[in-house]
Design a protein around this ligand. Structure first.
Ligand code: KIV
Ligand code: ZN
Length: 434
């Protein structure tokens, strides 16, 4: 079958619905090892960072922000380890973050000596609030900081001995910045970097703090793209945080508005409420029949690596991967899934077509076992299904009804889920012992 099967209910053509959907995967950049790491109670040690880096490569990330090498010895050493121990595949670029300050930029370049390909990510805060409260600087002075930082980066890159650098600039707190001013500062930085369509600069537009509904962020991105001079020499990147719980929607709408690239993390780790969750974003594409260009075929492994690296659990209702997302307790849902699965097996349509299941759990390395679980909300169908699946016992229709009620009653009284084994034991007690 086609691995990227759309979920039938979003098959817009059949529903004759105007089609404004994302049609291809963006360029992805994982910031797990930087934004994700800086927000942990206990940041990752060198070994944990190496392990996560290798896993991100295995998943298919081609750009990975590995840290802020001027910030600490561990960060610096990590970048050196990746380079000196040849851990970076030729088709992968590491990305490092630097503030626009000379000493920090110099240390950053020092950390990159001998790298084949790297993205140097320069940033400074540009919002009205930060300018006023944190830096007490005018708009011109803030532009000056960015331009000077870009000049130092450019000079150091020109002195490089074989390293290949791409530049990225972030007007940090973009969402709190006057949009025309954000364009002005990015254009000033572009004047220094002198990008071309063959050697683009990455302009990254952070919702450092998510401040508005996602459409407003997307409108800002759209305006930025439409009004930026030399747009064809820039990769427009989005970097959303989840303070209002809409980072995924904000990134998706920004892609629809013309952005090319997304920075985010696995399961949305990152400052405060986190960065945008790339698992949800990627699998949202997958569920629409689009190749996400990241490997989600074994989400259990992704979850294990993540939990080990960051020490945080994954919510059981986390989209696509939580322990409960391919489970139905309700009788009517169970019945519909059972019928849907049987029909799907029979028809084998080119899209996934089972009610209540947004994707085929098998596609992400799960199986069908937990789909039907029985508690007081379940009906006869779920009970009959478990007896047949686990014990090969097929109940006649009338008996299904009668026994279903017995099971529901037990579960209700005990306020507990019932396993197949317990259901079978009850069945023996009710019908065989007597
Ligand atoms: O959220 C943010 O603004 C950042 C920048 C450093 C890109 O992480
Ligand atoms: Zn961030």
């Amino acid at each position: 079958y086609n691995k990227y099967r759309p979920f039938t209910t979003i098959n817009m053509k059949e529903r004759n619905w105007p089609n404004a959907s994302i049609t291809k995967a963006p360029l992805w950049c994982s910031v797990d090892l930087r934004d994700g790491n800086q927000a942990l109670e206990t940041p990752m040690n060198l070994d944990q960072k190496v392990k996560l880096f290798q896993f991100l490569v295995k998943m298919g990330f081609k750009e990975i922000e590995v840290g802020f090498p001027a910030a600490s010895e561990t960060e610096f050493k990590f970048v050196r380890t990746l380079i000196e121990e040849n851990m970076i595949p030729d088709d992968v670029k590491i990305q490092v973050l630097t503030q626009a300050r000379e000493a920090i930029i110099k240390k950053t370049f020092e950390s990159l000596k001998g790298v084949k390909n790297a993205v140097v990510h320069l940033y400074n805060s540009t919002s009205t609030l930060q300018r006023k409260v944190v830096f007490q600087k005018t708009k011109e002075e803030v532009i000056e900081i960015a331009v000077k930082g870009a000049q130092i980066c450019k000079e150091l890159a020109l002195q490089s001995t074989g390293e290949n650098y791409t530049f990225e600039y972030s007007p940090e707190s973009f969402t709190g910045t006057e949009i025309d001013y954000a364009i002005e500062i990015c254009e000033a930085v572009m004047d220094i970097f002198q990008p071309t369509p063959n050697n683009k600069v990455i302009l990254n537009l952070p919702a450092t703090v998510e401040m508005s509904t996602p459409n407003i962020y997307a409108d800002m991105v759209e305006y930025f793209i439409k009004n930026l001079k030399n747009r064809e020499s820039a990769i427009i990147s989005v970097h959303t945080h989840n303070d209002r719980g809409t980072a995924v929607a904000a990134s998706e709408l920004a892609l629809l508005a013309g952005a090319d690239r997304v920075e985010g993390t696995l399961f949305g780790n990152g400052e405060r409420t986190g960065n945008v969750d790339l698992i949800t974003l990627g699998l949202n594409l997958f569920s629409q029949g689009i190749d996400p260009e990241l490997d989600f075929s074994n989400v259990n492994e992704i979850m294990d690596i993540y939990t080990e690296a960051v020490g945080m659990a994954i919510h059981p209702r986390h989209p696509y991967v939580g322990d409960l997302v391919y489970t139905a307790f309700s009788g009517s849902h169970q019945d519909a899934i059972k019928k849907g699965m049987a029909q799907y097996e029979k028809d084998k349509p080119p899209y996934w077509d089972v009610p209540y299941l947004p994707i085929d759990p098998m596609d992400v390395g799960r199986n069908y076992d937990p789909i039907i679980r029985v508690n007081s909300q379940s009906g006869k169908g779920g009970v009959a299904y478990l007896l047949e699946k686990e014990f090969g016992l097929r109940l006649p229709k009338l008996m299904q009804q009668e026994f279903g009620l017995i099971i529901t009653d037990i579960s209700d009284k005990n306020q507990a889920e019932l396993t197949g084994k317990l259901i079978f034991e009850t069945f023996k007690k009710e019908y065989i012992a007597n």
